[in-house]
Write a new protein. Structure first.
Length: 564
């Protein structure tokens, strides 16, 4: 359809205008760019639509048609100035019911909370979402014109059953954009502190959970979508927060928020995809919250719990660990299904668990019990072979995705209370060498300064099966291996020397080609590159020569004494 027809809207009757607009919407419903629409023509079309949008109308059909046409035009990022003038944005704010204006009380604000036709509101909200996303000018205008104030004020009405889901959802989408985009950074502290948005958002989550309790099927898809949008906004509001200094009011907010997140983790959700999506947003938000408040994830054990038969799975140290168990299961699920986007899918969960285990003893001990249970028959397999959570994590210790590999290593290291010997026991020296090199702990033994605060090292998780096989476990691979025949058995010293020289030549060739870089372990426990492979031989030989010389000197003294 030619855009020229939209310019004719001014001289049409309402019936004719609706017909033109609906024809345009039908023809361009799947169109997202308009390469032939220049700035002048785009502005004329928009002004014609806005003229009809502001006229008094008998039916909302005309308003909806105008807004649908406007929304389609707003998809195209080119010449956005035609849509972002004050007239257009103020009109959309008013139609969306979030126009902010001062009252006689200087500290009070008022908005059109719920205009009569909510279908019109939703169409206006969709237009605002498009324009805010595509235009920096629109972002700045909406941050300063009272759009944010209007959305926050309408949050107070969400307990009204007359307020439809779509109105709530697109309100939250607008608020998310205005707290996420770089040009709106100043909006975050204003929403959180000045407008008390943090409190109102938590109240909406609380209200949604209470509604879910009255439904036998749990949270509906729409309720999950609304909660997800709110969690994304709360993430924006807390992302730049200083975790070390929390005042009394913030402490109360965080305790309440973590308690709500606990309830969301425990909620029944009908759709599996929605369930994973919600858990992902919960974990992302937990990362921003000071770890001291993770204690609120641990509910007290209720003796009358109907699921008493499953209590052993979730009870630990007198506390209900079900929320932590849900996060571990979420990690296990992601490990099983993730083949790409590993950083995006795994890093937040691992980071959250690292913080929780480092700062909460009960959570760490429970996670260790589930992730690193006492070794039994599985010690005969490589740590990375199998379907257990430990096996899946050990497999990632050699992943090419550095962020994931490091987080997995840190997680297991924390579960081992940053004890090198224990780490090697569960993963094998080869798998954890990267982490040990990073921390300067390549020398086997419980060395290095621990970063976390842990209880004493008295825990002994060795099973009888493990103790029986312990001496036959290869520390490099981390598994039991039967005794093998010495490959140099029967060789003469000359043959052994010949094979050693061949090995040195091969290593030297690989080094000169840049394929490998031989290193020795320095005094600080970190790898130190060597310029030539013979340095490794000399370092080892020097120790042997020194030892032999000392023994020879001692023997010489004895001979001298005997001669006298």
């Amino acid at each position: 359809m030619e855009f020229g027809e939209l310019k004719k809207l001014d001289g049409c009757s309402e019936t004719e205008a609706v017909a033109i607009l609906e024809k345009f919407v039908s023809a361009n419903s799947q169109t997202f760019t308009f390469p032939n629409l220049d700035f002048k023509l785009k502005k004329e079309c928009v002004e014609a639509i806005l003229t009809w949008l502001k006229k008094p109308k008998e039916a909302s059909k005309t308003s909806i048609a105008c807004l649908q046409a406007f929304r389609i035009i707003s998809r195209d990022k080119s010449n956005m100035q035609a849509l972002t003038n004050e007239n257009a944005l103020m009109t959309l704010n008013k139609v969306a019911g979030i126009q902010h204006y001062a009252t006689q009380d200087a500290d009070a604000v008022a908005v059109d909370i719920v205009p009569t036709d909510q279908a019109v509101i939703v169409e206006a909200q969709k237009c605002l979402c498009n324009i805010i996303f595509n235009s920096i000018e629109a972002q700045r205008f909406c941050c300063k014109s009272g759009c944010v104030d209007g959305v926050v004020q309408r949050l107070k009405t969400y307990g009204d059953p007359e307020v439809q889901f779509d109105v709530k959802f697109f309100d939250m989408r607008i608020l998310f954009l205005l707290t996420a985009l770089p040009s709106c950074v100043e909006t975050r502290p204003r929403v959180r502190y000045e407008l008390h948005g943090f409190t109102y958002l938590m109240e909406v989550l609380d209200l949604t959970l209470r509604d879910a309790e009255s439904q036998t099927s749990g949270l509906t898809d729409q309720q999950v979508e609304l909660c997800a949008e709110i969690l994304k906004i709360l993430f924006n509001l807390t992302i730049s927060m200083e975790k070390k200094s929390v005042d009394e009011e913030e402490e109360a907010h965080f305790m309440r928020l973590v308690s709500i997140l606990h309830d969301l983790l425990m909620c029944t959700i009908m759709s599996k995809d929605k369930h994973d999506d919600l858990q992902s947003h919960i974990v992302n938000l937990l990362i921003n919250i000071p770890a001291d408040f993770y204690e609120e994830l641990l509910a007290p054990i209720v003796e009358e719990d109907e699921r008493a038969g499953d209590r052993q799975e979730i009870e630990f140290d007198g506390k209900n660990m079900e929320a932590i168990w849900v996060i571990l299961q979420f990690l296990d699920h992601r490990l099983s299904v993730t083949t790409k986007n590993m950083k995006e899918n795994l890093a937040p969960i691992l980071h959250c668990l690292c913080e929780a285990c480092r700062h909460n003893r009960a959570i760490r001990k429970f996670c260790r019990l589930k992730v690193l249970p006492p070794l039994r028959g599985e010690v005969k397999r490589l740590p990375e072979d199998g379907d257990s959570l430990r096996n899946k994590l050990c497999k990632l210790l050699t992943s090419p995705v550095t962020e994931v590999k490091d987080l997995v290593a840190h997680f297991i290291f924390i579960l081992c209370k940053e004890n090198v010997n224990r780490m090697v026991k569960y993963t094998g020296y080869g798998n954890c060498a990267g982490l040990l090199a990073q921390f300067g702990l390549l020398k086997l033994g419980d060395s290095g300064e621990r970063r976390g605060v842990y209880s004493s090292n008295s825990e002994d998780s060795d099973t009888e099966e493990y103790r029986d096989l312990k001496d036959e476990i290869n520390p490099v691979t981390g598994r039991w291996e039967p005794e093998k025949r010495d490959p140099m058995e029967g060789m003469t010293d000359e043959q052994k020397e010949y094979e050693a020289e061949k090995l040195i030549d091969a290593i030297d060739k690989l080094q000169r080609q840049g394929i490998i870089q031989p290193c020795r372990v320095g005094e600080d426990g970190k790898p130190v590159p060597v310029e030539h492979v013979l340095e490794l031989v000399e370092a080892r030989g020097g120790k042997e020569i020194k030892k032999t010389s000392e023994e020879g000197a001692k023997g010489g003294d004895d001979s001298k004494n005997q001669g006298n």
